[in-house]
Design a protein around this ligand. Structure first.
Ligand code: PLP
Length: 452
């Protein structure tokens, strides 16, 4: 795991760190210098590190600094970076050509693997999680012949117009656009409800039931930090959808093949005996390449073109390199991998809680399956409003102290801390050693402490 050869560094920046100089160049040609907003460090301040290479649980930046990676590409790198078998499969696939626009073997095999591990009967590949949820919504509307979509505040499903919606003025009123550029007409058929609120969900069905095409939810939300569904909440969605002829779209882009071997469904639906009508996947199933999918009951999936009338397509959908990487990753994602990540999560959660308690910083560690996050707040977090009580000032100081000590946390207070099967004792020790100083930095930066 050597630092990159300086001769391979992209520019000679003299005494200015290469990341800083690259960020300046990037900002001149790309909005904010990044290709996805959270990478810009706006929430924590400072300069994002430009990564030159990665291996296992470690990132190396263009200045030669090494960091334990707690971003893992925002979820995909379940096996860590450069897993030898994934890399060998990808290199072999590249040697056969990179894209043909015809059916190929790995896309059939990856579809079979997904069908074997999840409750979907048929699956269609796309290139991003956003495309997966957008297509699932279109399919749900086409299948049911209805237009209204229900979503929950704090659940993120990619940058789909109709799902970039903020709650309207009342609970059962339709949404307003969550960003400029989304016309009101794109969100006026979206109902946004508070997460984990069974009364609001029942009221929405009571008032709008015959118009609801689908309820979409993160199977186990991770995009407002980890906010587990209350016991029975996903089951209630399933029951109400079935009673009212709507479809239950369970977004497993983040949780799929990560929260457990069978995704979040393996933790609730499988145990309780219900199955969503449609599921969306991404991240882990692409093995670090742009691949995502949506799937579900054959009867629903058969409404898709070319069998049925609902149109959906993609030039690079099912790309042979991406599906080869995903297939190799899923085949290697055994029970041992999930057990390892679960144990690593326990080590980090326990050490983080101990360090923050010792420093007197209010915090709350929450988990769903092997996924977890740390809120800098004292009370339990069950929905988006409660998530927003997190102390962003404390997180900012904590984040930068961890970074200075070689741990790359997500640059936002509302994210999962992602681990991989490559997070071994060396990586965990580095995290655990960095925590006490970071906790003290958080305590010094804020006047909110633990109340007793
Ligand atoms: N759905 C969920 C639950 C996600 O976490 C994300 C991305 O983080 C998406 C959808 C969108 O996926 P992508 O960023 O690949 O478009």
């Amino acid at each position: 795991m050597a630092a990159p050869d300086p001769s391979e560094l992209p520019i000679d920046t003299g005494s200015v760190p290469a990341s800083e100089s690259l960020f300046a160049r990037a900002q001149a040609v790309t909005p904010g210098g990044v290709n996805s907003p959270v990478r810009a460090f706006n929430a924590v301040g400072g300069t994002p590190r430009f990564v030159a290479s990665a291996e296992g649980a470690w990132l190396t930046d263009v200045d030669g600094n090494r960091y334990v990676d707690l971003i893992c590409s925002w979820g995909p790198m379940l096996l860590g970076h450069r897993h030898p078998e994934v890399e060998a499969a990808v290199l072999a696939a590249i040697g056969r050509g990179t894209s043909y626009g015809t059916p190929t073997v790995p896309e059939v095999e990856l579809a079979e693997e997904i069908v074997a591990r999840t409750p979907v009967e048929e699956v269609r590949f796309v290139s991003s999680g956003t495309e997966a949820t957008m297509s699932a919504i279109r399919l749900a509307r086409g299948f049911t012949g209805r237009d209204v979509i229900v979503k929950f505040a704090g659940c993120y499903h990619g940058h789909v117009d109709s799902l970039l919606a903020a709650a309207g003025s009342g609970l059962a009123t339709f949404a307003v656009p969550g960003t400029p550029g989304v016309p009101a007409s794109s969100t006026e058929l979206t109902l946004v409800l508070p997460y984990n609120d069974t009364a609001a969900l029942e009221a929405a069905f009571a008032e709008h039931g015959p118009r609801i095409a689908a309820v979409i939810t993160e199977a186990g939300p991770g995009n407002m930090g980890v906010v587990p569904p209350a016991p029975g909440f996903n089951r209630l969605i399933s029951t109400l959808c079935a009673e009212h002829g709507a479809l239950f779209v369970s977004d497993e882009v983040m949780t799929g093949f990560r929260a457990s071997k069978e995704g979040h469904w393996g933790l609730d639906g499988k145990v309780e005996g219900w199955v969503p009508d449609l599921l969306t996947f991404g991240k882990v199933m692409g093995g670090g390449f742009p691949a995502a999918a949506f799937g579900g009951r054959a009867e629903v999936m058969q409404a898709l073109s070319p069998v049925g009338p609902v149109y959906q397509a993609g030039t690079l959908s099912g790309n042979p390199i991406a599906t080869t990487a995903g297939l190799a990753t899923l085949r290697l994602a055994t029970d041992e991998v999930y057990d390892h990540i679960g144990r690593a999560a326990e080590v980090v959660k326990t050490a983080a809680a101990a360090a923050l308690t010792e420093a007197g910083v209010a915090h709350r560690v929450q988990s769903t399956g092997t996924m977890f996050s740390v809120f800098f707040t004292e009370s339990p977090v069950t929905n988006f409003d409660e998530a927003r009580t997190t102390d962003e000032t404390a997180y900012r100081a904590f984040f930068h102290a961890m970074l200075a000590d070689g741990v790359y946390l997500p640059p936002s207070a509302y994210e999962v801390w992602f681990l991989s099967s490559a997070h071994d004792d060396e990586a965990l020790d580095a995290i655990v050693s960095a925590l006490p100083r970071a906790a003290k930095a958080a305590a010094a930066a804020t006047d909110r402490g633990i109340t007793t």
